[in-house]
Design a protein around this ligand. Structure first.
Ligand code: FE2
Length: 241
C-alpha cells in the first residue's frame, strides 16, 4: 500500500496543523527530552506546515537508523506487526481523524502513528530496541506466552511508557504522546504510576478501550533492553520446568 498524498485536502491540513500545534505546545514540559530532541531533528519533514509525506520521512529515517514506514489499512495481526518491525518497518495508517473528533479515536490514525511513534525512531538506541522486539516476536512466534509477554511489554513501554528525567516523570509512550487528554491525565491525582517492573508487566493485562490508569516509569532505555532479556529467560525457564 502507498500513501496517496494528493488525496489530502485543506480540511486534513487544518486537522494536522491543529493537532500538531496543540500537542507540541502541550508536550514542551511533559515529553521526554529524547522525544523532544528527535522531534526537533526531524522537523524538516515532520512539522505543522504540511501533512507528513512518507517518502520524505523514509528518506530521513533510512539515513538515520535504517527504519521506514509500511503503510497498513489499520490494525494488523500481531505476527505481521512483529515481522515488519524485525525488518525495521513501522506500520502506519494514512487516514487522519476529522476535526469533530480531535480527541476521540477508536483506531490509531496517522497522527498517532506518525507524531506519536516516528520521531523516536530517529534515536539509534530506541530504533535498535524496536527492531529487537520485532525479531523476538518472529523468533518465538509459535510460543503464545512469549508473544503475549511481548505485547504487554510493548503496551506498557512503547505505547504508554514514562521515563524519569531530572526527577520528573516524562512521557515517551506514543499512545500518551499523541493524546492531548492522556498527556494531562497522567499528572492527575489517583493515577497509579509505578517503577518499571517487567515481571509485574508480564502478569498485567491491559484494556485497549479506555484511558489507562496504570503506568510504569523507566530510568532509561537501557532498562528496556535488560527487560527483554528477563522476559525471554522467564519464559524459557517455564519451558524447561
Ligand atoms: Fe501505537
Amino acid at each position: 500500500m502507498k500513501q496517496h498524498y494528493d488525496l489530502y485536502d485543506e480540511k486534513d491540513l487544518l486537522v494536522w496543523k491543529t493537532l500538531f500545534d496543540r500537542q507540541t505546545e502541550n508536550l514542551s514540559d511533559k515529553a521526554s527530552l529524547h522525544y523532544l530532541s528527535c522531534l526537533n531533528e526531524i522537523s524538516g519533514v515532520l512539522n505543522n506546515r504540511e501533512i507528513p509525506n512518507f517518502d520524505y520521512l523514509n528518506k530521513f529515517l533510512l539515513e538515520r537508523t535504517g527504519w521506514e514506514i509500511e503503510v497498513v489499512p489499520g490494525l494488523i495481526p500481531v505476527h505481521d506487526f512483529f515481522y515488519l518491525m524485525s525488518k525495521r518497518k513501522f506500520c502506519s495508517s494514512t487516514w487522519l481523524r476529522k476535526i469533530e473528533q480531535l480527541d476521540y479515536l477508536e483506531e490509531p490514525d496517522m497522527f498517532h502513528d506518525i507524531y506519536g511513534h516516528i520521531p523516536l525512531l530517529a534515536d539509534k538506541r530506541y530504533a535498535d530496541l524496536m527492531q529487537r522486539i520485532g525479531a523476538l516476536g518472529v523468533k518465538f512466534s509459535d510460543n503464545s506466552n512469549i508473544i503475549e509477554g511481548l505485547e504487554r511489554f510493548y503496551w506498557f513501554t512503547i505505547e504508554f511508557g514514562l521515563i524519569r528525567e531530572l526527577g520528573v516523570n516524562k512521557i515517551y509512550g506514543a499512545g500518551i504522546i499523541s493524546s492531548f487528554g492522556e498527556s494531562k491525565h497522567i499528572y492527575n491525582e489517583g493515577v497509579d504510576i509505578r517503577p518499571f517492573d517487567i515481571i509485574q508487566i508480564l502478569e498485567t493485562d491491559f484494556d485497549k478501550s479506555s484511558i489507562q490508569n496504570l503506568y510504569y516509569v523507566i530510568d532509561g532505555f537501557d532498562q528496556l533492553d535488560n527487560a527483554l532479556d528477563t522476559l525471554i529467560s522467564a519464559f524459557k525457564k517455564e519451558l524447561e520446568i
